[in-house]
Write a protein that binds this ligand. Structure first.
Ligand SMILES: [Zn+2]
Length: 221
């Protein structure tokens, strides 16, 4: 790909598919091996920038960086880290909308590897199954902790919840700030991005309106 095309693609935040693009052997190496290799390569990047890695303040940075990538920022790449999402029979027969609001989004954009921060608001209308509330937060955290595109993040959460809850009646809304928009390129500090993915009952305008009005009420808590 030529450099102009690469820059344009990054700024348009184009996502290629719902699945995060991974190589077939993505998890053949252990976390420790990955940390060791990334540490080596990041030291090279720092050296290339002219930084003196014998300085006490910088010497540990390649290791800290590698560990942070593998164990923290991108732990959600590895399916073995996916949270167990137990569901329960809907014994209460609760059949109306349930909303989990203001779930923290801590993610990174896959085009610039810079932070995406904001909130997810998730609603579903239970059929036979319900899910523990904190499990929704854990699922969001898992998918957020990989190089992402906000649109794909919304879809991955939606599809998983639809599968687990065995219903199409799910809505995922994410509002987030992208550091690649605020700190480079256009450097707009105030704009943020909203994505909405939904299906089933949420295709109805009045059901979405109920969701939005509940979010507004929730904001006043
Ligand atoms: Zn970006």
């Amino acid at each position: 790909m030529n450099k102009d095309l690469i820059e344009n693609l990054g700024d348009n935040h184009i996502s290629s598919s719902t699945e995060t693009p991974l190589t077939p052997n993505a998890f053949d190496k252990s976390d420790d091996e990955k940390i060791e290799n990334i540490q080596y390569h990041f030291a090279k990047i720092m050296e290339e920038l002219g930084l003196d890695l014998t300085d006490d303040s910088l010497s540990g940075t390649p290791y800290r960086f590698a560990k942070m990538y593998v164990k923290e920022l991108f732990y959600g790449l590895n399916p073995k880290n996916k949270p167990k999402l137990s569901v329960f029979e809907n014994k209460y027969q609760y059949k109306k909308m349930l909303i989990e609001q203001n779930i923290t989004i801590d993610s990174s954009c896959e085009h610039h590897f810079l932070p995406i921060t904001g909130h997810a608001h998730i609603a579903y209308i239970p059929k036979g199954k319900v899910i523990g509330l904190s499990k929704i937060n854990r699922l969001v955290d898992y998918y957020a902790h990989r190089p992402q595109v906000q649109e794909r993040l919304s879809l991955q959460i939606l599809k998983d919840l639809q599968g687990i809850l065995n219903t199409k009646d799910v809505m995922v809304m994410i509002t987030a700030k992208h550091l690649c928009v605020s700190s480079r390129g256009i450097k707009d500090k105030d704009s943020f991005t909203t994505t909405m993915e939904y299906d089933g009952e949420f295709n109805k305008t009045k059901v979405r309106a109920e969701f939005f009005s509940a979010l507004k009420q929730g904001d006043q808590l």
